[in-house]
Design a protein around this ligand. Structure first.
Ligand code: CAA
Ligand code: NAD
Length: 285
């Protein structure tokens, strides 16, 4: 397999999880954040996740230490030089993503693969913003990355077939199951999941049930592991809002439009579990 060194852009909820599973699977991994403080916060989350796996007896302490030894945090794009695959997992914003592709393209070798973990932007427009549209692919991981088995692999009209083979083998080396998707906004999972979680907010706005009762109903009535409001807090209300805006812009269908309550929660800084408060209160972070 050609992929040995992996770069990850962003060490938030998703980037820290992707860096964790890559380092654990034996890849030399470099993760880039904007500031040292954000990097430390992300690496703290990652270390906590590995420590919990050791405490639960799912990971040997020496394997945790070996994974951490393969992992490096940086704020400097030049540290991504020599990466065979770079997975971008920064904020869901087209302009921000375009900016990092320009910076990272400048340090990567010609054969390197660039991938995006975007939830809702089309991969075609991202690929065209890079210098390597034939070696650009969507790799959509799911939250929490160490647990969720799926990766949606998104090809565009330009993607080289050999790249699909390489990233497919990479996903399997992480213990994940790759599923091929066409390049439509939201791919498979978010095309179905996003209208559902947005509709839960609308149902609550319309007085159908309380946040707690809607969650309990979907957990106990449908066997879902989390109710929609717990899931919204878990994904991040800011990220969900960006996703909804992008999908609504793409499809012009009401089911993708962000409900007013979601917008107001984001304006109020209630981003969910990661900020300490969303639909539920998690105590000060
Ligand atoms: N990191 C690592 N491991 C974790 C974890 C984390 N953040 N959270 C939970 N786990 C592990 C636990 O260690 C536990 O492992 P064992 O069974 O081996 O001991 C297992 O997951 C189950 O955890 P818990 O018993 O603590 O809790 P749970 O049974 O409630 O499961 C959950 C937690 C796996 C998160 C489960 O609630 C779940 O599957 N929720 C739905 C998640 C989901 O839908 N994700 C997709 C979001 S959408 C998305 O990602 C796409 C997008 O673009 C927005
Ligand atoms: P997050 O807010 O937790 O983390 C984003 C991180 O990116 C932040 O730490 C931020 O500092 C960093 N960042 C911003 N600009 C950067 C730059 N130029 N270089 C490096 N880092 C930068 O968000 P997240 O939930 O991890 O989402 C990241 C991406 O993954 C988004 O595209 C999102 O749509 C996608 N995604 C999210 C989920 C989820 O459940 N949250 C699931 C699948 C995919």
């Amino acid at each position: 397999m050609a992929i040995r060194k992996v770069g990850v852009l962003g060490c938030g909820l998703m980037g820290s999880g992707i860096a964790e599973v890559a380092a654990k699977a034996g890849f030399d991994t470099v993760v880039r954040e904007v500031t040292i403080d954000l990097m430390e916060k992300g690496l703290g989350r990652l270390r906590g996740s590995l420590d919990r796996a050791v405490e639960k007896g799912k990971l040997a302490a020496e394997d945790r230490d070996a994974a951490l030894a393969r992992l490096r945090g940086t704020t400097d794009f030049t540290d991504l030089a020599g990466c065979d695959l770079v997975i971008e997992a920064i904020v869901e914003n087209l302009d921000e993503k375009k900016r990092v592709y320009a910076a990272v393209d400048a340090v990567l070798g010609e054969g390197a693969i660039l991938a995006s973990n975007t939830s809702s932007l089309t991969v075609t427009q991202l690929a065209m913003a890079s210098r390597r549209p034939d070696r650009f692919v969507g790799l959509h991981f799911f939250n929490p990355v160490p647990v969720m088995k799926l990766v949606e692999v998104v090809r565009t009209l330009m993607t080289d077939t050999s790249v699909l083979d390489e990233v497919g083998a990479f996903c399997r080396a992480l213990g994940k199951e790759p599923v091929q998707c066409r390049d439509n906004s939201g791919f498979i999972v978010n095309r179905l999941l996003v209208p559902y979680i947005l509709d839960a907010i609308r149902a609550h706005e319309e007085g159908v049930g309380s946040i707690e009762d809607i969650d309990r109903a979907m957990q106990l009535g449908c066997g879902y592991p989390m109710g929609p409001f717990t899931l919204l807090d878990f994904v991040g209300l800011d990220t969900t809002y960006f996703i909804a805006e992008i999908m609504f812009e793409e499809y012009r269908e009401k089911r993708f439009a962000p409900p007013p309550l979601l917008k107001q929660m984001v304006q109020a800084g209630r981003f969910g579990k990661k900020s300490g408060r969303g639909f539920y209160d998690y105590g000060k972070r």
